[in-house]
Design a protein. Sequence first.
Length: 348
Amino acid sequence: MEKDQTKVGVIGSGSFGITVALLLEKNAKVIIYSRKHASITDLNNYHTHLNCQLSQDIEVTNDPEYLCKECKVLFPAVPSSNFRTMVQEFSTYLNPSHILIHTTKGFDYRYKDVGEINLPYKLNKSQVSTMSEVIKEESTVMRVGCMAGPNLAKEILAGKPAATVIASEFEEVVTLGTKLLSSNVFFVFGSKDIKGAEIAGAYKNIIALGSGLLGGLDIGKNAQAMIITRGLHEMILFGKKFGTEGNAFLGTAGIGDLVATATSENSRNYRFGMQLAQGKTIEEIIATSKEVVEGLRTLKIVKNLSQSYGLQLPITNMLYSIVYEGYDLKKAINLLMKYPFKKDVVFI
């Protein structure tokens, strides 16, 4: 399709922000917002960042007011831990005419209400939000969507075929997101279940951590297949408790994203699990990681919520014990193999 002259904004210059910008650039003019001076210099002077070559047509700014004035459609691509602060910063310049389609796969919790979340029995549903809920809580924007699915940045940047889901209650948002992102190597599906897409996108990072642990121990694909399928069961159980239907997890944004993230070393969550199994400490892995490992924060939040609501999430609970309580990895796997799952499929 001929490139639209409409300007579209991307908030964030991390690897996925750059990936989204390159996808959008095929169909529209793009402005990237970055707070990092080095990123702005690389992009404006050399049109490169994170070893990616960008079109000279892509503009970069550190001015949120300018971005919101120039672009009515924005794609936030920032970590969940910074998401609420980002929306608060932009809220002065956002209005109901804007459309926000976020790409963040994680949860927000109200830190000021509950403090640190290292201990169970603290969180309840009202204290945890998806990113679309954060946008509505902190701004006047109503037309909100999310981009979800198996979107490994390195593969997309290499030009390999991929698909995504644009989920929103508003058909206009789905249609617009599809138009802006579609290409001959990037296929876009639509969904009205935005909460299901957001929960799936966040939860699959937990299962990817576990699959990475098995990969690091070289236990085999059979065991990885089990943790993925049983992990899907836990995702659906959790999602139903928090207001979604089970079938929301059986499509591209659910099982599609889960399979890709839980089997690829291009996934930072999978890679974290591998390194942990190989003897590195959490601190060592984080110190050498260029990107946020969203699964670590999500694991804490889901563990607390599962304790509060009595959810049976054995894989999630065991992963929490391994990552945050130092439980022996091989003992944990042995316990999981003996866990009385009983029925195979229980969520349809």
